[in-house]
Structure formats: structure tokens, C-alpha cells
Design a protein around this ligand. Structure first.
Ligand SMILES: C[S@@+](CC[C@H](N)C(=O)[O-])C[C@H]1O[C@@H](n2cnc3c(N)ncnc32)[C@H](O)[C@@H]1O
Length: 361
């Protein structure tokens, strides 16, 4: 494993730079609301570099960045890696009015594809919205600066999630939004708000969240087993398997955003047997009851030398006792902390969110 070094040292951050600047997002398993609680735990530990193996929205990486640490953000999904690039690796680049005008404008000298409009009619968005998406996605892909591009993708992904019933792409259910019925859930006004209005709002939020903590923060887009990064503290918030109830299959739930990241090859990766045209599935030990014990064991072995911090819940497979035992077997001093928490998008009542902190004895 290569030792990552930070060539720049932390700068004194103004008091206005806090995790509160992190834009609110609706993503399954996001730890956004738990950031104050996580902050207390991180502040009690001594470390300089931190790896967020399952970074998701980048909320926890962002917290670590505000604490002045060198942060390595990772997520296996490409759309999430764009989020990490925009808000963690990016230290100063923002989007201005000219950028937004470029993103929204169809270049008359260019030939555009209409893949989304032709493929996803009547599935997630209206035809007019799909047409808008085709133009905007192709314009963003041509932006040269990787940070501007990532900022634009972040704003686009947030806009698309906001306009979706359940904030997911798990069903062909545009009708939920468009049919003339009485609704007991959701926010039709938000779903119907035009893409460009959402987009501008999210650009403002992303711009407001960008800051430099004086460190060379880096983004990786790898499966955990392929990571070759070393850090003093490794934070693990993997996909979670409840004892009862459905799994969160991230690639299946957010496939549409993942497809946008490789727009020109999207067609070849579609699962044509699925009504909602998701991407072809990939198997993962993190999403199967038979494989998850091995997945944890491999992760603990890989990062044995680091302080390991695991976000978990009370009703998960494997049990908390099993996780604690495996960490203790590796010579760790393990502490289990709990807090009551109501999960975004979950129908279950209050559950206990757990933090397992495994430090050197
Ligand atoms: C519980 S979420 C993390 C949420 C994150 N802590 C936050 O606050 O937004 C788990 C994440 O793991 C990612 N993931 C799933 N399998 C992975 C793997 N094998 N390696 C790395 N990331 C993976 C998913 O894309 C998802 O974003």
C-alpha cells in the first residue's frame, strides 16, 4: 500500500467554515444529520489523514475537511466520485453566470445526441425535461476544468433527485408525479419545478460549500477491495443489510445518475429486461447476507494499522457483537457509541445509530 503524504499543512480556518455549510441532500444512508455527533467522536481522536471508504454524499468527508484533516474520499459509484471532487478535492473553483449560461445553451455548431429523450420516455421525467437533460449533460461533459465539471454534475444530480418521487430511480413511476390524484406524500411543487430553477439553486449551494483547508484532499472511485490508500483514520459507512426489510442497492437506486457520468457508453450498459431501464446489476458482497461477513473481515484486515471507525445500526447483519469481536481479535480497543435517529426515507420508527470506534490499545 502506498503511504499518502500531505505536502501542504492545515490552514487556520475562519469560524464561518463548518460542516453546516454542507448542502442538505436526500440520499439513502446519508449521515448529514449525524454530523454534530460524529464531530464529537472524531475530535476525541488523534489523526492527521482520514479515508472515507464509502463516501456517498461526502457529508462525513466534508466534516473531516472542516476539522483540518487531509481527506481521501472514495465511493465505487462514479456519480458520487463527482460529488467528492466538487466538495472535497476542490479547494477554490466555483461556477459563475457564464458557466451556467454555457451549460444551458444548445451550441448551434454541435451535433447533440438525444439518448435520454429517446430511451427514457415516460419513465422518470417528461419528454421536455429529457430533452433538456440531453443538452445539459453533453455540455457539462465538454467542460475542461474537472472541478467546474464536478460542480455542475453535483448541481444536476441534486436537481434530478429533487424532482423524483421518493428521490430515487428504482421504478418507472413518472405517473406518480403527473397523474391528477390526491397525494398523501411528496412535494408536487418540487417535482414540477423546472430543472433550470433547481440547478441554479444548487449551484449557489455548491459555491457556498467550497473551501480550502490547506490540504491535498483526494478523490478515488474504487471498490473498497481495490483501494490502495493508507490513512491514520479509516471511516467505514458501508451499505447496510437490515435483519428484516429491503436492502439499499445503491447502483440500482441511482443508476440514472451513474449513466449520466458515462453518457456516451450508457446504451451498452442498460438492462433491457428491467421496465425502468436500470444499469446491468453487479454483484457485491456488501449487498448479500452470505458475503457481508467476508466483506467486513477483508476491510478490517486491510486497514488493521489505522484507527477504524464504523457507522452502523442496531438491527444489522452482521451483529454489532460480531463486528466488535472481529476488531478486538485484531488487537483493537473498541468502543460502541449510540444515538437515537430517524432515517431519511425510512418508514421505520426511531432506530439506534451506532458508531464503533476501534483504536490501538
Ligand atoms: C451508507 S452509504 C454512505 C453514506 C455516506 N457516509 C454519507 O453520509 O452520505 C454507502 C456508500 O457505499 C458505496 N459503495 C457501495 N459498495 C461499495 C464498495 N464496494 N466500495 C466503495 N463504495 C461502495 C455506495 O455507492 C454508497 O454511496
Amino acid at each position: 500500500m502506498s503511504k499518502q503524504t500531505s505536502e501542504r499543512s492545515a490552514v487556520e480556518l475562519p469560524s464561518s467554515v463548518t460542516y453546516r455549510n454542507f448542502p442538505r441532500t436526500r440520499y439513502q444512508g446519508s449521515k448529514y444529520k449525524l454530523l454534530p455527533w460524529l464531530a464529537d467522536s472524531f475530535q476525541a481522536l488523534t489523526f492527521d489523514t482520514a479515508l472515507d471508504v464509502f463516501g456517498g454524499t461526502a457529508a462525513v468527508s466534508y466534516l473531516l475537511k472542516t476539522l483540518g484533516k487531509t481527506v481521501y474520499y472514495n465511493d465505487a459509484l462514479a456519480f458520487n466520485a463527482q460529488v467528492g471532487t466538487a466538495l472535497i478535492e476542490n479547494a477554490s473553483v466555483t461556477l459563475d453566470e457564464d458557466d451556467v449560461a454555457f451549460i444551458f445553451t444548445q451550441d448551434p455548431n454541435r451535433t447533440y445526441r438525444s439518448f435520454i429523450e429517446e430511451t427514457f420516455s415516460d419513465i422518470y421525467f417528461t419528454d421536455e425535461e429529457n430533452h433538456w437533460l440531453d443538452i445539459v449533460v453533453q455540455n457539462i461533459h465538454t467542460m475542461e476544468c474537472p472541478y467546474k465539471r464536478a460542480m455542475a454534475f453535483w448541481a444536476l444530480f441534486q436537481s434530478a433527485i429533487s424532482k423524483r418521487p421518493y428521490n430515487l430511480f428504482h421504478r418507472k413511476n413518472l405517473y406518480v408525479r403527473t397523474s391528477n390524484v390526491k397525494r398523501s406524500f411528496g412535494n408536487k411543487a418540487t417535482w414540477d419545478r423546472p430543472f433550470d430553477v433547481h440547478f441554479r439553486k444548487f449551484v449557489r449551494e455548491a459555491n457556498n460549500a467550497v473551501f480550502d483547508n490547506g490540504r491535498d484532499n483526494k478523490v478515488f472511485c474504487l471498490k473498497d477491495e481495490d483501494l490502495q490508500v493508507r490513512a491514520d483514520l479509516v471511516y467505514m459507512d458501508p451499505p447496510y443489510i437490515p435483519e428484516k426489510g429491503a436492502l439499499t442497492r445503491y447502483r440500482d437506486f441511482y443508476h440514472f445518475l451513474e449513466g449520466i457520468c458515462f453518457y456516451h457508453e450508457w446504451k451498452e450498459h442498460l438492462d433491457r429486461d428491467s421496465k425502468h431501464l436500470k444499469l446491468q446489476s453487479e454483484s457485491s458482497n456488501w449487498e448479500c447476507k452470505e458475503g457481508i461477513h467476508d466483506a467486513f473481515d477483508m476491510l478490517f484486515e486491510k486497514f488493521e494499522e489505522a484507527i477504524m471507525v464504523v457507522s452502523y445500526r442496531k438491527d444489522g447483519i452482521p451483529s454489532i457483537d460480531w463486528i466488535v469481536e472481529r476488531l478486538e481479535k485484531r488487537g483493537k480497543q473498541v468502543e460502541v457509541k449510540e444515538v437515537d435517529y430517524k432515517y431519511v426515507l425510512s418508514k421505520k420508527g426511531n432506530l439506534k445509530e451506532v458508531l464503533i470506534v476501534a483504536a490501538q490499545k
